[in-house]
Design a protein around this ligand. Structure first.
Ligand SMILES: [Fe+2]
Ligand SMILES: [Fe+2]
Length: 266
């Protein structure tokens, strides 16, 4: 069985430092063959930079995915091409730079990974239908990969659940990200696809989606724009563990994963 750890949106310095601190220990303790991380909020809470991506990759991350915050950091559009283990959402307009998918080796097995962006209640315009683009990529890559993990970076749970059913039996996992809040619906669908609407975020949980609480409350009270600093407390890694059956390329096991940082003062 190929064991993969998928971690949801890494938020800011607290999220990435805890990830870097723990990753080699997790790789050996959980006998992981691959670690996939969404890092769309890794740089100051919004976007990614080449240097942060390199730090994550050199610490033991095998593949980095992104979401609607992909271009939030100035200049990342010219850096992403240098990063062969980073992919942007597959269904952005074709002119967008960056890879649409990754193929990562895991114990002699090849896992195809890509992210599709939702089209409901999400700020960034995806010009390709996530369902159709997923079909097309799976057709294109089927000779090259032994199994697939598809990330559903979407706001609407209906869109995520429907994508899970649409891909059931064709991929090892459909993993939801973007809302930063984990859901309790993780399971293996009847034809063998591990599914969860959202794995939650890897970052400070004493927060509103990773940001300090007070400025967000104030925004809801007065509607005025302000800075939303990344929070600091209750840092957790949040994700899921998928065991892939090597013969069939579908999920054999699935569980939610969460690791809480013990504060230095505790
Ligand atoms: Fe996010
Ligand atoms: Fe997002």
């Amino acid at each position: 069985m190929i064991k993969v750890l998928f971690l949801g949106d890494v938020v800011g310095r607290p999220g990435r430092e805890f990830l870097i601190e723990k990753i080699s220990e997790l790789r050996s303790e959980l006998s992981l063959h691959a670690v996939v991380v969404n890092a769309e909020n890794a740089a100051g809470g919004s976007g990614l930079t080449e240097s942060i991506a390199k730090d994550l990759l050199s610490s033991g991350v095998d593949a980095i995915t992104l979401g609607d915050h992909v271009w939030d950091q100035k200049g990342f559009e010219s850096e992403i091409g240098n990063l062969d283990k980073v992919c942007r959402p597959a269904n952005l307009p074709k002119q967008n730079p960056g890879r649409t998918h990754l193929v990562i080796p895991a114990n002699g097995f090849k896992i195809g990974i890509f992210t599709v962006l939702g089209r409901n209640y999400i700020g960034m315009k995806a010009d390709g239908c996530p369902f159709r683009i997923a079909n097309e990529l799976l057709d294109e890559l089927k000779g090259e990969c032994d199994a697939f993990l598809v990330e559903a970076h979407m706001e609407a749970t209906s869109e995520k659940v429907a994508l899970g059913w649409h891909l059931d039996g064709r991929v090892a996992g459909v993993i939801g990200t973007h809302t930063h809040v984990p859901t309790a619906d993780g399971r293996i669908l009847p034809k063998g696809t591990a599914y969860i609407s959202d794995v939650g975020m890897s970052g400070p949980h004493h927060s509103v989606l990773g940001r300090k609480i007070e400025p967000v409350i104030q925004l809801f009270l007065d509607g005025m724009k302000r800075r939303f600093p990344v929070a600091e407390e209750d840092v957790r890694l949040s994700g899921c563990l998928i065991g892939i059956d090597e013969k069939r390329g579908i999920a054999e096991s699935f569980q939610r994963f969460e690791l809480k940082k013990i504060p230095a003062s505790a």
